[in-house]
Structure formats: C-alpha cells, structure tokens
Write a protein of this length. Structure first.
Length: 471
C-alpha cells in the first residue's frame, strides 16, 4: 500500500529505466520553467475531497493546469485553507504542518499509455532525516535476494530505455487534451521566492515579433512563422516549378565544447494533425535531418526515417537511421528535393550566396536550412503537419528542445520587381504565448499579420506539442 517501507511485503517487482523523460519538475511546482512547459493558474474552487477516513468533505482548493511538451495537461488542486486558517490561529507556536498548503488532488492524463487518473493525497507529513528508507525500498528488497525484472520483458538492454513503445493502434485517448479555446498561459505560484513578472509598458503598436530579421524575411515574399525561440520558418509556393520553397532557421545553436561539432537538427513530416513522434497507427516518420555522420567533421542534409524504437533510445534504431540516410538532393521517388542550402557562420565555409539568402545571415548562432520540395498536386497543400527537434549533441539521441507546428500559408514566391508580402505569427512558447493547434495543439494563437500587397493573405497556424523524448 502507499507509504509502506517494509521490503519483505513486496510480492513482485518490475522496473523500467525511463532515462531522461521529463522537462518539468513535480506538478506541485507550479511555475513554467522547462522547455515548452506552460501553466494556467485557475484560482479558487470548492471540491469534494476524500479524507483519511474516506469521507467526502468539501474543501477549498487553488487549482493549476500544467503541461509540458504533450498536448495533455495535469490539474493540481492545492489546499486553499490550511488548518491554522480554518481555526483562525496565528502562525506562532503551532506546528509548521498546520500552515502548509498541501497537495490534495491531482488529475493525471494518460498521455496515450493508460487511462486518465485522479490521485488523492492523504496523511501529509514533512520528511525528516529518518525517512531515508522511503528512497531505498528497491535496494533493500534486492539486498534481501529479491529481483526487480525488466517490465518490458526480455533481457535488460542498456539502450532499451525511455518510455514504452506503443504497439500499433495501442494509443489510449485522453479526455485532458489541451483545448485551444480554453487554455490561457497564466503563471502565478504564490511562492515566497517567486516574483510576479513585470509588465513592460510601451507603444501598443510596436512589433516585437520580427524586427529587422523578419522584415528582411518578408522581402522574399514568403510567409514567416515564428514557431518558437528556437525556430523560424519561411514558406512560399513556386508556381513556375510547382514546388514548396521552405526555409528553417534554427536559433541559439552552439557547437559542442568538447567536439566542436554542431548538434543534429531535424524536421519531421507528420502524417496527420496529431502531434506524435511517430504515427499512432504504426510506422515511421520521414525526417529531413541535419547531422554530422560518424568520423566526419561537418554536417550534411539528409533524408531518413524515424522508427518508433528510437523513442526507447535503441542503439539499433539509431544505427538504422544512420544507415538509411540519403543526401536530400539525391532522394528519388514521388517527392524530390532541390536547391538544398545549409548556411551558418558556425560552418567552416558558408557560401556568400547562401549567407545572402538568409534574413538571419548576420547572426552567429543561427543555422539556416533551405530546400524546395516537389508537389503531387498542381496547387499548394492546405496544410503541412511538421515537427522539429534540436539535439543535445552531434550524435542522434536525446533532444534539448522539440515541438510540433503546422504551416497553412503558402503565398506565391516572389520574382524580381514584385511587392513583398509578410505574414508573421509570433508563436513564442517559452514566453507563455500559446499557439492555435491540435493534439499537440496545446495552443491558442497570438500574432500579427501585416501586408504590403493587394493580394489576399492566408493565416498561419502553429501547433506546439509533444512528439516524444527524442528527435
């Protein structure tokens, strides 16, 4: 039962090495620190709470919603009135436990692996130095001769870590999906060490989303989408060649301090508006991958596939990804790619032509990838469902940031002498601005659209969310 510390009472023990699985701290830390993390303070509410006697009593709680890169959210209900307040006591000469706002109820999304849950906290107590046995239960069980087997089945594999890999059609829907119509970023923690963010006063007509770089981007006639602090995307439709011209600008990129190599960067092509690392129905996700192959010193742009097993950090899966890499310009099939350009001041020999083509060419920490992609139809797509990731190193593995987004704006690419059209959406998730979205649609849109042409503008929609642990 919960709280039991006697290892002799364990009937069966299994374990999973989850490795680096989360970018948020426990859910009762109610700020939004962490990559692609957001929180929504909801205020006070009365709920029925089942106490230690399993009696339902009304309780005043303060509630927060919290999400990480997933499109689903937790709801934490914290005690609104601690015992000293209910008894109208001062804080002097009473136990500190009677002054604390304890966690009472946590609504937990299944996130595809199980059912949604309600977790109730009872018998609260502060930990002391005498409570170390709570953290050594498994070690003491194994010291008695007990064995904790691998919950995945089969032999232990050091590379077989991370969350479970779902079988085909094993995804379990959640009722706690982020609704863009109800989610509003609202960080307020009541912590004695947390400070309310100051609101900058300025000209309400000021534009903080693009500045000089976005203005330069607009001169190409492309729709410019700010996906996050780490990625800006430009898109347009070249009607002469019936191709989509795409530019991806990865920001805040730094080479490794030990190898001097750039981290891998990837653009994934999702099969639907569902923001998942690999298709829920099974199969792999096509990737355009900027990577430095083993024993080489400079990155190249490749096409490869992301298998489901990569989510478990399988070394075999990564080896397969390396083996399947084909230079992007050499890809054959229904969709082909051309005019592939990778430029950055971080590269040893960026070409002048490439540098001139990027609106961020003057920034030392930006890597820009541009290519043209052929179309099956005669017109631009209604939407492209994409995702991105930036690795922690040059070797395929855990990423340091990722997200899903959606492109729906493909103005006709300009030729010389035509007026420019700018479509700019500020989707800075790390600043708490939520974007309009889908599963993975953790978002409500915020942004600005401007134009310098008499043509109609399509709106760009961004959807930020989970696509797993890596790439």
């Amino acid at each position: 039962r919960p709280g039991e510390t006697d290892p002799s009472k364990i009937d069966e023990c299994t374990s999973i090495d989850l490795a680096v699985i989360g970018n948020i701290r426990p859910d009762w830390f109610l700020d939004k620190r962490g990559d692609d993390t957001d929180v929504q303070y909801l205020g006070n509410q009365h709920v029925y709470y089942s106490d230690e006697n399993r009696t339902s009593i009304p309780k005043l709680v303060k509630q927060w919603r919290k999400k990480d890169f997933a499109s689903q959210y937790f709801v934490m209900s914290m005690m609104g009135n601690p015992p000293n307040r209910l008894e109208n006591n001062a804080t002097d000469n009473i136990p500190v436990e009677d002054t604390l706002h304890w966690p009472l109820i946590l609504n937990i999304p299944g996130e595809g692996f199980g059912d949604d849950q309600l977790q109730v906290y009872r018998n609260h107590a502060l930990l002391t130095d005498d409570d170390d046995d709570l953290f050594t239960l498994v070690q003491r069980y194994e010291a008695m001769g007990g064995v904790c087997g691998n919950a995945r089945g089969g032999d232990d594999d050091a590379s077989d870590i991370g969350p479970p890999v779902l079988e085909e059609e094993a995804y379990i829907p959640s009722d706690l999906e982020v609704d863009p119509n109800s989610w509003v970023s609202n960080e307020y923690t009541f912590s004695p060490v947390w400070q309310v963010p100051t609101q900058e006063m300025g000209d309400e007509n000021d534009d903080d989303g693009g500045d000089d770089a976005a203005s330069a981007a607009a001169s190409s006639g492309k729709a410019t989408t700010r996906v996050s602090d780490r990625l800006t995307v430009q898109s347009c439709h070249d009607t002469a060649t019936n191709t989509i011209d795409l530019s991806f600008h990865f920001h805040d990129i730094a080479p490794s301090s030990t190898t001097a190599l750039l981290p891998w960067m990837a653009i994934g092509y999702r099969s639907s508006d569902v923001c998942a690392m690999t298709p829920l129905e099974g199969g792999s996700t096509p990737l355009v991958l900027v990577a430095t192959p083993p024993n080489e010193s400079a990155p190249t742009v490749y096409k490869t596939e992301l298998p489901p097993e990569a989510k478990s950090m399988s070394s075999e899966a990564f080896a397969t990804m390396y083996a399947n890499m084909v230079p992007l310009e050499d890809v054959e099939g229904d969709v082909v790619y051309g005019d592939v350009v990778l430029e950055s001041a971080l590269l040893a020999d960026p070409t002048a032509a490439a540098r001139a083509s990027s609106p961020f060419g003057g920034e030392d920490d930006v890597v820009s990838l541009r290519y043209r992609q052929s179309l099956d139809e005669d017109s631009a797509p209604d939407a492209m469902y994409l995702m991105y990731a930036i690795g922690m190193s040059s070797e395929l593995g855990i990423h340091e940031t990722r997200g899903c987004f959606e492109l729906v704006s493909f103005p006709v690419c300009m030729t010389d002498g035509e007026d420019a059209v700018q479509v700019e959406i500020d989707g800075n998730n790390s600043d708490g601005e939520r974007e309009n979205g889908e599963e993975g649609a953790d978002a409500s849109s915020s942004g600005m659209v401007t134009a310098r042409a008499a043509s109609a503008l399509s709106s760009a929609v961004i959807a930020m969310a989970v696509f797993g642990v890596i790439v």
